[in-house]
Design a protein around this ligand. Structure first.
Ligand code: ZN
Length: 267
C-alpha cells in the first residue's frame, strides 16, 4: 500500500477546535432520525478560514443557513435522535461520495476557495479521515443499534437552499428530494402540498444521485430505510422565529404521517 504521507501533516483539528458532530437527544424515543450534514460553518483554526473572508463562509456556500436551529428544535419537539455536523461544507462536503469532484470544492458559486487549491492526496485523505468518516461512522453506529434492537427508523436528511441561483429566483418554499425509493418522499410531497400555502419542489431544487449524494444512497437506500431529503428555503429559516415556525409545522406533519410511514417500513 502506498504511503499516504499523512503522518507528515500537522493535525487538522487542534484541542480548541470543536467536535466534528453533535448528537441531540441520544435517547430520543421517536422513530424519526434527523441528519444535518451541512449544519455548521466552522473551519479548523489551522486552515485560517480556507483563505476566505467570514462573509463568504456566512453565505450558502459555507453551510445550510438556518438548518441547525430548525433541526434542533424539530428534534426537541419530536424527541428524536439528531446529528449535526460542525464543519463547513467547503472544508469537506459530508453529503458527497468520496469520489465526487465537489467533495472538497476549489470553487463554489463563483467563489474561489484558496485553502482548497492544489491539495495533496494526503491533505484530501486527512479531511476524509478526520471529518467525513467519523461523522458517517456515528450515524452508522446509531442505525446499526436501532436495527439490532428492532427500533424502527424514519430517516430525514435536513437541508436548506439559497433563494436565488445563477441569477434566477427559485419558486419553492421547500423541496422534497429522493432517488429510487419514493415511499416517504411521495407521501411528504403530497402532505406538504396539502398545507395549501406552500410551493413544494418535486426533486427540486436538486435531484439526488448515487454519484452526487451520500446520505440518501448510503444511509437510506442501502439499508432499505424509509427516508426523505427535505430542503427548506434559507430565507424562511434565517431567524429563530422562522426556525420555530418550520419546526412546529414539520412536527405536526411528521406526527400525522408517522403510523403510515411505519407501515411502509414493514412492507
Ligand atoms: Zn445541504
Amino acid at each position: 500500500m502506498a504511503d499516504s504521507g499523512q503522518h507528515l501533516l500537522p493535525p487538522l483539528l487542534d484541542v480548541d477546535d470543536p467536535a466534528v458532530f453533535t448528537v441531540h437527544n441520544p435517547h430520543g424515543a421517536s422513530p424519526f432520525l434527523l441528519l444535518a450534514d451541512h449544519a455548521g460553518q466552522r473551519v479548523p483554526a489551522a486552515l485560517d478560514a480556507l483563505g476566505l473572508p467570514q462573509h463568504e463562509l456566512d453565505r450558502h456556500i459555507g453551510w445550510d443557513i438556518g438548518i441547525a436551529g430548525t433541526t434542533r428544535e424539530l428534534a426537541r419537539r419530536l424527541d428524536a435522535w439528531a446529528i449535526e455536523q460542525t464543519y463547513s461544507r467547503l472544508l469537506i462536503d459530508c453529503n458527497r461520495p468520496l469520489a465526487s469532484p465537489t467533495l472538497i470544492p476549489e470553487t463554489s458559486d463563483g467563489t474561489l476557495v484558496p485553502g482548497n487549491a492544489g491539495l495533496t492526496e494526503a491533505q484530501r485523505q486527512q479531511r476524509i479521515d478526520v471529518i467525513h468518516t467519523p461523522y458517517h461512522a456515528r450515524i452508522n453506529a446509531e442505525l446499526d443499534r436501532r436495527r439490532d434492537q428492532g427500533i424502527p427508523t424514519l430517516l430525514v436528511m435536513m437541508h436548506s437552499f439559497t433563494p436565488a441561483m445563477n441569477g434566477s429566483q427559485r419558486p419553492w418554499q421547500a423541496g422534497v428530494l429522493y432517488h429510487q425509493d419514493t415511499r416517504f418522499a411521495h407521501a411528504l410531497l403530497r402532505t406538504l402540498r396539502e398545507e395549501g400555502d406552500l410551493v413544494v419542489g418535486d426533486n427540486q431544487p436538486y435531484s439526488v444521485s448515487s454519484t452526487s449524494d451520500y446520505a440518501v444512497p448510503m444511509h437510506g437506500e442501502a439499508r432499505g430505510l424509509v427516508h426523505v431529503e427535505l430542503e427548506i428555503r434559507q430565507d424562511l429559516i434565517a431567524d429563530t422565529a422562522g426556525q420555530q415556525a418550520w419546526a412546529a409545522r414539520l412536527e405536526r406533519i411528521f406526527r400525522a404521517m408517522q403510523s403510515e410511514l411505519l407501515q411502509l417500513q414493514l412492507q
